[in-house]
Design a protein around this ligand. Sequence first.
Ligand SMILES: *Cc1c(COP(=O)(O)O)cnc(C)c1O
Length: 393
Amino acid sequence: MTATGRAPTPSEIPLCEPCLAGNEWRYVKECLDSGWVSSVGAFVDRFEAALAGEVGVEHAVACASGTAALHLALLACGVAPGDEVLVSALTFVAPANAVRYAGAHPVFLDAEERHWQLDVAKLERFLAEECTTRNGALVDQATGRRVAAILPVSILGHPCDMDPIVAVARRHRLAVIEDATESLGAKYKGRAAGTHGDVGCYSFNGNKIVTTGGGGMLVTNDAVLARRARYLSTQAKDDPVEFVHREVGFNYRLSNVAAAMGVAQLERLADLVRAKLRIAAVYAEALGDLPGVSFLTEAPWARSSCWLTTIRLDPAHARMDRVALRAALQDRGVQTRPLWQPLHRSPAHAGARSYNVEVADCLQAQALSLPSSVGMTDAQLGAVGDAVRSLLA
Ligand SMILES: *Cc1c(COP(=O)(O)O)cnc(C)c1O
């Protein structure tokens, strides 16, 4: 599939396609042959154990989607209706939607210029200048609401600067939920992205680095949080024989069929990351000298997984803006994609509070993601490079 949901014509180079070249067929067949196709089964257990091992955490809970994992993470962290959650403004809409599912209010915070991730200095300033402590809880003075959690989103395969985020959260007793849905395979200071807060979430949507068609995973080192998330994901079943439920839960489990695919995909994670890094390196080499073109800079503490290689066009020096470039590349059969409408501009979240969001707007106006499928051939990468060069040189 493509990120736009439109089937590509054969001559087109799509933005991001899955690569199913490992044991996917074999494990899915094994799963079907076993008859265990639903949300209980050996592959779900194997997928959870493999992912927990891969990223180095104690507990992993497979979910129907990354969005479901985020929703469960918020609930398991005690985010309650009426609370506020501080969320990156420059991201796909899912984390803000999850906040709303929990009955809470997102507050949108800015990205920073170099790595395009959550601006930690602005986060610290928001907490210091806009919030106060009342009866042991942190309260946003403008709204009177309790601030319950920080939800940094590691976008495009690059981790957020987690240490200062966790430090400021600890100081104010806030939960940290890391949206690492775009950053499986990335590392922050040597440890997997998604494992630095209280809970991390991954996605296995069709365009993510590891896909199960659709799916997600919640990871944590906190046994109580993991148990709570698992309980809520299975309709909060208190008595499986008599079907007693003391609260309203969700049907958020991943199917065994999807997990079978996930186990096969995860076996190849290192190869998939290597392929993404190669794509980024080829583009950097081919396009790095073009006037007005730059790339997200990898932070010294980061190992990006380069999920989608994205260029930034400086309007003062580039020959085209990203709207014109996207259209021209589309005419040449090259599918590209802008970043998401920053969430403080999203009609779905109209009225939500935001704090000094400027850089997110600027990045969104200037950035364009290039085709980044792990299966791309040298010829395809060359063709994209040539097409971009011919338009911008
Ligand atoms: C993909 C993604 C999600 C989760 O997506 P699902 O399709 O629900 O798995 C969440 N946040 C971000 C930033 C994403 O890119």
